[in-house]
Design a protein around this ligand. Sequence first.
Ligand code: ATP
Ligand code: MG
Length: 368
Amino acid sequence: MIKRFSIKQVAAKTGLEESEIRYYESVFKEFLTFTEMGLDRNEFTEDHISILARIKDLIYKRGFTVDEVKRELKSSLRSLRGGGTPSPVRGAGYARVIAVTSGKGGVGKTSVVVNLALGIAQTGRKVGIFDADLGLANVHILMGVKPRYNLAHVLQDNLSLDDVITRGPLGIQIISGGQGIREMANLSDEQRRVLLRQLDHLEREVDVLLVDTGAGISENVLRFAAYADEVVAVTTPDLAANADCFSIIKILLEMEPNSRIGLVANMVQDMYDGKNVFNRLQTAVQRSLNYELNDLGHIVASEHLRTATAQRKPVLFAFPHTEVARNFRDIVATIFNQKVFANDRKQSSFADLMGALKRNMAGSISAA
Ligand SMILES: Nc1ncnc2c1ncn2[C@@H]1O[C@H](COP(=O)(O)OP(=O)(O)OP(=O)(O)O)[C@@H](O)[C@H]1O
Ligand SMILES: [Mg+2]
């Protein structure tokens, strides 16, 4: 049973005025609303109190702005929830969540997810893939593995996420959303609790979680993308793909102005073609949205990749010494070693992803 406190008790414990507490509640509501616990607005938990105390500290003692406090809270949310001292080290205990998305379908998201996953795993990091795509060429197909279960089994049959995780090459842990993704919008309270507990567990298992969001502008795609640490937007030289890519970037920035978005130009002829694709989109994004896209690199259109796909093998394994394989390794190096995503506009975590799910689910329940 969670211990609950009145606002008076919270004021006494934190030294904040009641009006200040209400103000912080409204400004930092993403950190202070735990609707899934069934609390009303006059009930507070230990977690609320420690977060409020932390906010007070950052503002009073360290002179942080609201945005700075939010960034700080995101990076220490997990340790705050554990009740301990917030860790100064970003990433401790967190999976870095990278959502791979696109406006148009068929531009190569799943190929990017699978090969980046391998490339990252080859650097010694523990990698998970959350396949939130309902498309046909799923992650498991390209990985050459057969999941027995998907998220729907967690929701319906009380299986644990562990049962649902399929091990791919290099220990990559793959969760297939399958039909479960569609059902996420209509979960009962009990199912929601089960899923959240399970996802929480996964957070401790991996260093990097790649999310294949599928294409287009659906609720799930956007939620996943908006709350990931970084978004990898995939496009091709095709003008329609660029227009759709622009649209999704625009919507993502409207949802989360601090998103870190990088672009991968896929199916290009060579590096110059890739730079052209990047520059075209970057110019449009800069002009209309006043945002600097990160250039994550390019992937050439490659017969090797097509052949590998047909063989249900990631090209990084099937043909490791080809240009296309090198392209993928370069993108991994860019994401991890160089200062891309260094615009540092957002500090996020898997906890945010779960927050997104919670809000998504809470929203659909209250809308029901
Ligand atoms: N660089 C490339 N060179 C050649 N073929 C490619 C390349 N990238 C992807 N493809 C091929 O394009 C097709 C679509 O790729 P993929 O399934 O990765 O795209 P997707 O964006 O995930 O599609 P969907 O929107 O349907 O999920 C596949 O047959 C894949 O082999
Ligand atoms: Mg796909």
